[in-house]
Design a protein around this ligand. Structure first.
Ligand code: NAD
Ligand code: UD1
Length: 338
């Protein structure tokens, strides 16, 4: 009998790349997504890459009866749970929306999983759960302390999932703390196209390079870092997708809850990234240094030993490759999936 993996949020940025990685490794994929931040058009792109289309069901995860139906319609044996809202600023303005969507989706999914006796789950967490008082590199045992509702929703979900694994040893759960995913599939067929003005650095720079936006605003160059700008651990989304596959394969033969950082272990500054993009696109990126963005930590990068030791996974793509693939995607799809 064929076995399926349910990918929630699978038409989104990381979910689509992970669906490709799973399908290429021989998994049958069922995607459930309410398309609040993605497009159905991505399905034919996934088919172009992998040679077959995943099953797609348009539904809100909070609609528990529909999710239960999905589990009874397909022989699902594992779940990779990406579905969620992720804009930090919006979460500060509309905390209830974030708690309702992110926690509500997860609780509904967990109900349906328990009813269907499916107990293998990979969850999208974030480096944002770490406390800002920690010093990089952050390992998985570092103190936690998110500072906004989005981060809190990830923190709460991590706690809920850990409690479930503690209470019932049938469960096998992976909490993946992503650092800064960028880049796109090397074919340029799938990638991230934020609606409106991007919040994050790389999508913003790419739109400046593409002359959709006039200039980059650098949020502070007076930090205690070598060039004064903040340092982050950028990871290629295809490496991140491979990390999910490695985690899922580990969990299929394990139980309990496990947490892994997914990053490269290397930090790059805002200015280093700008220079890299300039090299890739062959022209200067207009920019202006402005004040610090509130809540930004100067230096964030991962300790990646645990994922390497336990999952035999490490990120392979260079920052240059991340920028090349991101630019390639941006150029080929100026309006996203339109
Ligand atoms: P994304 O917005 O591209 O994908 C999330 C998907 O979930 C979207 O397709 C959206 O339509 C869907 N969704 C949201 N709420 C839903 C609901 N109630 N029911 C069904 N579908 C729903 O985001 P992404 O960058 O691919 O992120 C995936 C996950 O990884 C998110 O949980 C995010 O918080 C987490 N994460 C992302 C980053 C990042 O920088 N991209 C970093 C750390 C963690
Ligand atoms: C963001 C999220 C965080 C998430 C992380 C990984 C915010 C506020 N935080 O943080 O929750 O875990 O991504 O995906 O969205 N920068 C500029 N100009 C810009 C945009 C960014 O100078 O227009 C700077 C920022 O100040 C920061 C760096 O670039 O120093 C990276 O910013 P960003 O891409 O938003 O990532 P994080 O700050 O790590």
């Amino acid at each position: 009998m064929e076995k399926f993996t349910l990918v929630t949020g699978g038409t989104g940025y990381i979910g689509s790349h992970t669906s490709v990685a799973l399908m290429e490794a021989g998994y049958q994929v069922v995607i459930v997504d309410n398309l609040v931040n993605s497009s159905k058009k991505i399905l034919s792109r996934i088919e172009q890459i992998t040679g077959s289309a995943p099953v797609f069901i348009e539904a809100d995860l909070r609609d528990t009866s529909t999710i239960i139906e999905i589990f009874s319609d397909y022989p699902i044996t594992s779940v990779v749970h990406f579905a969620g809202l992720k804009a930090v600023g919006e979460s500060v303005e509309e905390p209830v929306k974030y708690y309702d969507n992110n926690l509500g989706s997860t609780l509904s999914l967990l109900d349906a999983m328990a009813l269907s006796e499916v107990s293998t789950l990979v969850f999208s967490s974030s480096a944002t759960v770490y406390s800002s008082s920690e010093i990089a590199p952050f390992d998985e045992a570092a103190e936690l302390g998110p500072t906004n509702p989005y981060g809190m929703s990830k923190y709460f979900i991590e706690q809920i999932l850990s409690d479930i694994a503690l209470g019932d040893d049938e469960w096998s759960i992976g909490l993946l703390r992503y650092f800064n995913p960028i880049g796109a599939h090397p074919t340029g067929l799938i990638g991230e196209m934020p609606t409106g003005i991007p919040n994050n650095l790389v999508p913003y720079i790419m739109q400046v390079a593409f002359e959709k936006l006039e200039k980059l605003f650098i949020f502070g160059d007076d930090y205690e870092t070598p060039d004064g700008t903040c340092i982050r651990d950028y990871i290629h989304v295809v490496d991140l997708a491979r990390g999910h596959l490695a985690a899922l394969q580990f969990l299929e033969d394990a139980n309990g809850s496990h947490v892994w950082n997914l990053g490269t272990g290397k930090g790059s500054s805002v200015l280093e990234l700008v220079k890299m993009v300039e090299e890739v696109v062959g022209k200067p990126i207009p920019r202006e240094v402005v004040g610090r963005r509130s809540g930004d930590i100067p230096v964030v990068f991962a300790d990646v030993e645990k994922a390497l030791n336990e999952l035999s996974w490490r990120a392979e793509n260079t920052l240059m490759q991340m920028c090349v693939d991101h630019w390639n995607w941006q150029r080929q799809n100026p309006d996203g999936y339109q």
